[in-house]
Design a protein around this ligand. Structure first.
Ligand code: FAD
Length: 241
């Protein structure tokens, strides 16, 4: 069962056309207990027409050397209830969440050329991952490829600033729009241009892109324990058991 935790919004800033940065301080306890690449599920306080509460996942972009203060970046989607509610939340207010969750994290068997590939908002999972302690400890030989349309989320300069020394790994590849029939193939070609033969891969963002890319990388003989996927949207429906 998910345990409800809470954090106070210390500061929040609008960035780019649709992004918002939230700096949060954990309330009532000392350690969030996350590792780079994980996310929290925020209770946005909004009740949906179907009677369910809108609970939404947001990746932690800040480094896991600080377990008390952490940062998330949220894109406001047109008529998205959860992201709109969060964008309206000001400094000083409290957010309730569960987590940390997720397996988009460095595993012990990982080494060699590493592809960190993110589409759209998926860059948040990539940011938290590469600034995390495990990533730097393993010294993974990485490229971070961000497949994104111009002005679609937060500015590239902000991502670079956040990545610090790791920003030299970042390349931005202009994306076809979400839903475009050629998007998955176009994105896979962009990934291949930077890391032709990955031995480790972290893929996040559009499920219609990252799931086929995962299959292609597995087909190259990379082990399942070396390919992590975090699908933010367009997540394929689970097959019935
Ligand atoms: C593991 C995980 C981590 C996530 N981390 C982040 C994060 O760090 N920052 C962030 O902004 N969002 C993140 N998301 C997406 C987030 O959880 C919500 O789906 C998003 O904020 C939309 O919620 P909403 O209630 O506003 O709109 P909804 O009504 O839930 O969504 C409207 C529609 O938009 C789709 N959608 C969601 N995100 C996008 C997108 N980027 N581009 C195009 N369509 C989209 C949804 O699938 C849905 O069809 C993450 C999702 C997952 C599963």
């Amino acid at each position: 069962l998910a345990v409800a935790r809470s954090a106070r919004i210390e500061e929040t800033t609008a960035v780019g056309a649709s992004g918002r940065v939230f700096d949060l301080a954990l309330a009532g306890e000392d350690s969030l207990g996350f590792v780079g690449g994980q996310y929290v599920i925020v209770d946005t306080g909004v009740d949906l027409p179907n009677g369910k509460r809108a609970k939404r996942a947001y990746s932690i972009v800040s480094g896991d050397d600080d377990q008390q203060r952490f940062r998330v970046m949220v894109k406001k989607l047109p008529s998205g209830p959860g992201s709109s509610a969060l964008h309206a939340a000001g400094a000083g207010s409290t957010v309730t969440f569960s987590g940390p969750w997720g397996k988009h994290v460095v595993g012990g068997t990982m080494n060699g050329p590493t592809l960190v590939f993110a589409t759209d908002t998926g860059i948040t999972a990539a940011m938290g991952l590469v600034v995390g302690r495990a990533f730097s400890r393993l010294g993974l030989d990485a490229r971070v490829v961000w497949y994104v349309g111009e002005g679609d989320f937060v500015p590239e300069a902000l991502v670079r600033e956040h990545l610090g020394a790791m920003s030299e790994w970042l390349v931005v590849e202009p994306a076809l729009p979400v839903g475009h029939p050629e998007r998955a193939a176009h994105a896979a070609a962009a990934a291949r241009r930077h890391v032709g033969a990955p031995e480790v891969a972290f893929l996040s963002g559009d499920g219609a892109v990252v799931h086929p890319l995962r299959e292609a990388i597995l087909a190259m003989g990379v082990g399942e324990d070396r390919v992590c996927v975090e699908s933010f949207f367009n997540t394929p429906a689970r097959k019935a058991p």
